[in-house]
Design a protein around this ligand. Structure first.
Ligand code: SF4
Length: 454
């Protein structure tokens, strides 16, 4: 399929081929699903909403519920105010959520609908809420949309009462429900009281019960979002994704924050655990120390297979940087780091990471696409690809093993249940990377070189 990708790289500004991102509302919808009894609402046409739901459903293999303002030609010309008014009434009457979280689309942004005014003009019953964020898809990416929705919740709901609640506000970054469960386990082990916003565990990883529940048990409670203003600190995981929302909370309620990279690999997880230790003043419990030791032991075991291997990593900015940091810890060379999400922070962090390990001749770029990544690989190959499903054509065309990590993964199962964060996530990453390289060796070496013991 990609046999005709040319080796010669031409500077492009207005064209993306095989994008490495999707549109803002996908992230906003995901964030809204992580709030208990909250229904995401797409203020635009049904087609947008269907696409966003499909995207999330394919990744999580769970139904992603959402409603739409169902724009027609009339609303495209005269604005979607009356559609939103009808939608709010119908949604509360039919589905009875506690909150509707509205995000915009390209169309409603282009019309210029003033969501703030529209929401103020449609008061709802006591105990019910309508919040919104702007998600114009002609800039940013799904990561930006996720950030904007989290900030939207803070802007609408969080209040400072003046009585600290002793909790930490944990902003998880754009990660899977499996990662969120792992955060919660680590927070509990470190004896830190917290509210995590959003929390999609218990929503997009629910067990089969034989009964459909439109609003599962999981998700951040609305009262807890209100209480974020009284938190003692915010720990924002994933600098590009979470820092802006932490800043919003600081601006609104004066809650100081510490922004950290996603806790992927040894050093970044150490930093996360030490930050929690500083807050709780508790010793790191044995169960965490033990898991760290296991990870280091595993890294030593697979080191002969990972050392010096060149890897191309693509996906969301914080995830790519987290995987790259772990790859460096494994002695690998992150030859290419690429994200479709714009923002100078990614390139700055990639540069710093490479400088820390004194690794040279690596290329990194934000706001780029997988066509460019393929061209880079055609000019100088790599031993391994790490990223989402959309890299599989490159893997096939160039005969490179692909490890699926990040978002979206729409051609495999279970991934969203398994953490990549924390020491436990490091063990899983080590297993996936090590096995992919060893499988490749098994299937590509001469028959006389096939090893039984590796
Ligand atoms: S029109 Fe805009 S919001 Fe709708 S699916 Fe396309 S990019 Fe996303």
């Amino acid at each position: 399929m990609l046999n005709y990708t040319p080796k010669e790289i031409t500077e492009r500004t207005a064209l993306r081929i095989n994008p490495c991102k999707t549109c803002q509302p996908v992230g906003a919808m995901y964030a809204a699903l992580g709030v208990h009894k909250c229904l995401p609402h797409s203020h635009g046409s049904q087609g947008c909403c269907a696409f966003h739901r499909m995207y999330l459903t394919r990744h999580f293999k769970e139904p992603a519920v959402a409603t739409s303002s169902s724009f027609t030609e009339g609303s495209s010309v005269f604005g979607g105010g009356s559609n939103l008014k009808t939608a709010i009434k119908n949604i509360f009457d039919l589905y009875n959520p506690d909150m509707i979280a509205v995000h915009t689309t390209c169309l409603s942004e282009t019309i210029g609908d003033d969501l703030n005014a529209l929401i103020q003009d449609n008061p709802v019953a006591e105990g019910k809420y309508v919040v919104h964020c702007n998600t114009p898809s002609y800039k940013g990416s799904h990561v930006t949309g996720f950030t904007n929705m989290v900030s939207g919740f803070v802007n609408y709901l969080s209040v400072k009462t003046g009585t600290p609640n002793g909790k930490v506000c944990l902003m998880p970054g754009f990660v899977n429900p499996g990662d969120m469960r792992e955060y919660k386990r680590l927070m509990k082990a470190m004896k830190v009281e917290f509210t995590m916003l959003p929390d999609t565990s218990g929503v997009l990883d629910t067990p089969m019960t034989g009964k459909y529940n439109m609003f599962p048990e999981g998700g951040t409670k609305i009262d807890d979002i209100k209480g974020l203003g009284d938190c003692i600190k915010t720990v924002a995981l994933g600098i590009q994704t979470s820092e802006p929302s932490a800043e919003t909370l600081k601006k609104k309620c004066g809650v100081e924050f510490k922004a950290l990279p996603l806790p992927m690999g040894v050093e970044a997880t150490d930093e996360f655990i030490m930050t929690l230790g500083d807050i709780s003043k508790e010793e790191v419990p044995f169960e965490i120390e033990e898991q760290r030791g296991q990870l280091v032991d595993i890294m030593l075991d697979i080191h002969p297979y990972t050392y010096g291997k060149k890897v191309a990593i693509y996906g969301d900015p914080d995830t790519v940087l987290g995987i790259a940091a772990f790859a460096l810890e494994l002695g690998m060379i992150p030859k290419y780091m690429l994200t479709g999400t714009p923002g100078v922070a990614f390139e700055r962090s990639a540069k710093e990471l490479l400088a820390k390990y004194a690794v040279e001749d690596c290329t990194y770029k934000a706001d780029a696409d997988l066509f460019l990544l393929h061209q880079w690989i055609k000019n100088e190959g790599v031993d391994l690809l790490i990223g989402g499903t959309y890299g599989k054509h490159i893997a096939r065309a160039e005969d490179i093993p692909l490890v699926r990590m990040g978002f979206p993964i729409i051609d495999r199962y279970i991934h969203s249940y398994m953490p990549l964060v924390g020491y436990k996530g490091g063990i899983r990453m080590a297993e996936l990377i090590g096995n992919a390289l060893m499988d490749y060796q098994d299937s590509h070496c001469d028959e006389k070189d096939v090893e039984i013991v590796m």
